[in-house]
Design a protein around this ligand. Structure first.
Ligand SMILES: Cc1cc2nc3c(=O)[nH]c(=O)nc-3n(C[C@H](O)[C@H](O)[C@H](O)COP(=O)(O)O)c2cc1C
Ligand code: SF4
Length: 517
């Protein structure tokens, strides 16, 4: 029996993975070959999808990107024995893009059958939860604090501190809410994890529940992720059946149930308090803080809100120890981050690396430069509210503090590349327009400011009183930064001002070199 892996990840499906799997089954039947097709998650090398892998004695051999039309030819070349073919990429583990990654959170992704408990456990699954069941809540919280894990959703708040607040709160009911809204442009790591290793997220949530005394968990999933929804629901079913979730997990005293809720589609519902409103069945509006959700969150009860990747990093932290995880990374940015390289890039995909790698390494060594072959001009880091940095800033290490020093942010690890044809005034206008469309409308600086922002930038672009309008734009940005209730309005000035600062020539200002003279 030869095992052939064809990803069921949404990116691979969009490139015809189902048709490829069907074609392989058909050709195998014709050739009377004994083949088992496993629908795995993606390895994250999205430019090679669908990436078909064949299990051989040397390891898994990769072929990609494969179309259904290539399949008869692959059989002719005896790809089932790992033989030569123009699409052969060699041993998957040796593909440079994959080989040099540090896969902690994504260790199983693309390797296992996402919904097989057996496969999950054969690759270290539930080791963290097993250990957590015998550790006691306070020790689990301490271990997460030791790891230095910071929230992967964008703000980078230390997970250990948040968990301790909820642990210490007294209440008859507490909740774990997983933020799976993943609204940032150019990001897809949460999706890849939920489709490729959903049990890892459930394990992380169960550990969080034990740690803080929560018995119920909700995953708030964006509606644009139908494949992740199917994977999560099935993973919850199998985990319940095998007593890894539900009442008295593995015969212990701990109960933990998980439910999935699908959002209706609004960027602001990724903001944690808005997400809580939406989970409660209301329109997603940002809540005033205090009270902190850790004390009065879902249905007014103490709630841990964490991003998918924060929670999915917990099983390995508990299994291998906080110090093991903390040994990766630099400064106060510990562990690894799943960088998502997107936009105008030759080799787009997911790269899990320890903090400290430079943006240039990600874009040039991993990404292979722009798809158009033109020079990189600007890169937006950390989603639509993140800064645009110019090419000469690409040696900045990917580290929360180093990015703050550049008036930028690492955020959820999104890296969106633009070549030299980009018009940065248009990008600045887009940032304001995005805010105008996605604002929840609760506070004036954001609701009105973003609309005025679009108008002011349009006047600058049309050359109308540029001096006054630029001054007005800066003033408006300061008001939004200082006066907005949440980071939606508070951070929208970041892409706008970074465009203005680094690319003044696109606003008909003297280029930096000339300006310095
Ligand atoms: C406008 C806006 C959108 C956000 N979208 C997301 C999102 O899609 N996913 C996410 O995990 N966090 C998002 N956040 C951050 C959350 O508010 C919150 O910080 C996070 O879920 C906490 O989890 P963490 O500490 O594990 O990162 C968003 C914040 C803002 C202001
Ligand atoms: S900043 Fe914008 S999104 Fe945030 S509360 Fe104010 S209006 Fe709502």
């Amino acid at each position: 029996m030869t095992k052939v892996f064809v990803p069921c990840d949404a990116a691979a499906l969009s490139m015809g993975a189902d048709a490829v799997a069907k074609a392989i089954a058909k050709e195998a039947k014709k050739a009377k070959a004994d083949v088992e097709i496993v629908r795995n998650g993606t390895r994250g090398m999205l430019w090679l999808e669908p990436l078909v892998e064949v299990e051989t004695e040397q390891g898994r051999i990769a072929y990609g990107p494969v179309t259904a039309k290539d399949v008869p030819d692959l059989f002719k070349s005896n790809f089932l024995a790992g033989k030569k073919h123009k699409l052969r990429q060699g041993l998957t583990d040796d593909i440079p893009y994959f080989k040099n990654q540090e896969r902690l959170t994504f260790a199983r992704c693309g390797i296992t059958d996402p919904l097989s408990l057996e496969d999950y456990q054969a690759h270290g699954g539930f080791e963290g939860l097993k250990k957590a069941l015998s550790m006691g809540p306070a020790d689990i919280v301490a271990e997460v604090a030791t790891s230095g894990l910071r929230g992967r959703g964008g703000a980078g708040f230390p997970a250990g501190i948040k968990w301790k607040t909820v642990h210490d709160a007294k209440a008859d009911q507490k909740y774990i809410c997983c933020n799976a809204d993943e609204g940032d442009s150019g990001t897809f790591a949460d999706r890849i994890l939920m489709e490729g290793d959903p049990l890892c997220l459930l394990e992380g949530m169960a550990i969080a529940g034990i740690a803080v005394g929560a018995t119920k968990g909700y995953i708030y999933l964006r509606s644009e992720y139908p494949h992740a929804l199917v994977a999560l629901r099935e993973a919850i079913r199998v985990a319940n059946e095998a007593s890894w979730l539900g009442k008295k997990i593995q015969g212990s005293k701990y109960d933990f149930e998980v439910f999935v809720r699908v959002g209706a589609g609004a960027y602001i519902c990724g903001e944690e308090t808005s997400m809580l409103d939406s989970l409660e069945g209301k329109r997603g509006m940002v809540r005033y803080k205090p009270p902190l959700p850790a004390l009065e969150g879902l249905f007014g009860k103490p709630t841990v809100i964490n991003n998918v990747l924060s929670l999915a990093s917990v099983p390995i932290i508990i299994a291998k120890g906080g110090e093991y995880y903390r040994d990766f990374g630099v400064g106060k940015s510990r562990g690894t981050l799943a960088f998502q390289i997107a936009g105008n890039i030759k080799r787009g995909g997911l790269v899990e690396k320890a903090f400290g790698i430079t943006a240039r390494e990600l874009i040039e060594d991993y990404g292979g430069g722009t798809l158009t072959g033109r020079p990189v001009r600007a890169v937006q880091f950390g989603g639509p509210l993140g800064a645009y940095l110019p090419e000469d800033k690409l040696d900045t290490p990917m580290d929360y503090e180093a990015f703050v020093a550049e008036d930028a942010m690492v955020g959820h690890g999104g890296v969106v590349v633009f070549d030299d044809t980009v018009d940065m005034a248009k990008m600045a206008r887009f940032a304001m327009e995005f805010c105008a469309i996605e604002s929840c409308g609760k506070c004036t600086p954001c609701r009105i400011g973003s609309v005025r922002g679009v108008e002011v930038i349009e006047r600058i672009m049309a050359g109308e009183s540029p001096e006054q309008n630029l001054e007005l734009l800066e003033d408006l940005c300061t008001t939004m930064t200082d006066g907005s209730m949440c980071a939606m309005g508070g951070l929208t000035p970041m892409p706008v001002m970074s465009a203005l600062r680094h690319f003044p020539e696109d606003f008909d200002r003297p280029a930096r070199a000339e300006a310095a003279e």
